[in-house]
Design a protein around this ligand. Sequence first.
Ligand code: ADP
Length: 498
Amino acid sequence: MTAVSTETRKTGIEVVGDMPWGTHFCLFYETKEDLLEILISYCKAGLESGEFCLWIVAEPLTVEEATGALKDTVPGFSRYLADSSIEIVSARDWYLSGGTFDLKRVTAGWLEKLARASAKGYVGVRVTGDTAWLQKKDWKHFCEYEEGLNEAVANQRLAVLCTYPLAACGAMEILDVVRTHQFAVAKRHGDWDVIETAGLKLAKEEIKRLNDELEQRVLERTSQLMLASEALREAQAELAHVNRVTTMGQLAASIAHEVNQPLAASVTNAHAGLRWLGLEPPNLEEVREALAAIVTDSNRASDVINRMRALIKKAPARKDGLQINEVILEVTALMRGELVKSGVSLNTQLAQGLPLIQGDRVQLQQVLVNLIMNAVEAMGSVNHGSRKLLIGTGADEAGRIRISVQDSGPGLNPQIFDRVFDPFYTTKADGMGMGLSICRSIIEAHDGRIWASAMPGPGSTFNVSLPGAVDKGTALMGAPVAETLWSGPARSVPGASV
Ligand code: ADP
C-alpha cells in the first residue's frame, strides 16, 4: 500500500468540508429524509473523485430507496452501478452475517474491500454504515468495534461515516458515540451541530505544537545557515584576496619594470636639470622642462603603485558607478609590461557611450587580470608573431554590458567550456585552478554571467555580461563588439595598444 498522502477528499457535506484519508466520523440524524440527502451527497462526492463507495443501509431505509434516490440525483449513476463503483448492502447482511455482530469480521471486511478496490484502480474507499439495527445487548461490543476502527482506518485510503438515529440514542449512547469517533455532526430541525471530540482536540493541539516546533526549528536552521553563509562569504573574500596577491606576485617583475622606467627617466632628467642649472647663466627654460618631465614620470610611477596597492588591499566590496572601459584601461596599463615581455600584442575594441555599471572596481579588475593572465599563459605555446589578445566591450539590446577577452592560443574544447569554471580545475603543472572559479563568483555577485565560447578563428574567448546601471537617461548604447579577432581593423583607443 502506498503511503497515505496528505491530500484531502471532499466529503460532500457542506458543514464538514474536506477530510483527509483515515477519517472516521459520525452523524446523528432525526429524519429519514435528512439521512438520505446527506448520504447521497457523500456518495456522489466519492464516486465523482474516483473512489469505491460502500453504503450499508438499515431500516427504515431500504436498499431500493437508496439506489432509487442515487439514480435520481447522481448523473451517470447507472454506469457507476454497472461497473460496481458502488455497492449498497443491507445492514443485516453486512454487520450481522452469520447471525451475530463480530467486530473482527466486520473490520476485516472493510480492509478487504479496500484491497480489492485498490487493485481495481480506485483511489480509495468511502464507507457509510447505519446503526439503526443496533440493540442494547450489542451496544458495548459495537463501541469496542468503533474504537478499534479509528486505528484500523488510520493511514489507510479509507474514510468511514457512521450514522446513528438520534431517537434511538440516550445521553449515555451519545457520549459513547462521540467518544469513539474523531468528530461528530448532528442535523436537528434543519440545523447543523459539529461536535469536536476530545481526541480530535488533542490531535489538533498536537498538530499545532508540532507546527510551532517545526517553525522554531526552521528559524534556528535559518540563522545557522545565515552564519554559515556569512562564514562562506568571508572565506570566498579571503580566497579572492589570496588570488589577487598571488597574481600580483606573478606580475611583480613586470610591474617593477613599469615603475623603474619612469624612475630612471626622472633620474636622467634630474641630472640634466642640474647641468642646465650649473651653466653661467643657468638655462632656466631647460630646467623647467626637465622638472616638468620629472613630475610626469613620477606621477606615472605612483599611478602604477597605487593601482597595484588597490588590487592587493583587502577592502569590503563596493558598488560604485563604473565606466567599464576605464576599468579595462587601468588593468591593461598595469599589465603592459607583462604583455610586452610575453610577446603578446594587445588590441582593444571599446564601444563608446556605454551605460555605467554598478560594481566593485577592484573585483572587476581582478576578473580582467585573471582572464588576461590565462590568455597570456595559453598563448605561451604558440608562435611569437601570432600572440594576439583582443579585449572588446559593447552593449546588447537589453542594455547589458558585454566584455570579451579573446586570445589566439590553442583554444578550449567546447566540452570543457563549463568545467574550466569549477574550483580546482587546472591543466597547469603549477596551477591552482581557482582563477576562473573566483571570476565566476565575482561576476555572479554583480548579477552577471561569465562563460567561455568558441569564435571563428583560433583561440578561446571568455565573455562577461553585466547589467547596466538603471538610469536609462545615460544608457547610450555603444557599438557592438566585433565578434572575431581577425575580421577587419581594430579601433584602437589611443594609448591602449601595446
Ligand atoms: P589555473 O589558471 O590556475 O589553471 P583557472 O581557473 O584560471 O586556473 O583556469 C582553469 C583552466 O582553464 C586552466 O588550467 C586552463 O586549462 C583553462 N583555461 C583558462 N583560460 C584559458 C584560455 N584562455 N585558453 C585555454 N585554456 C584556458
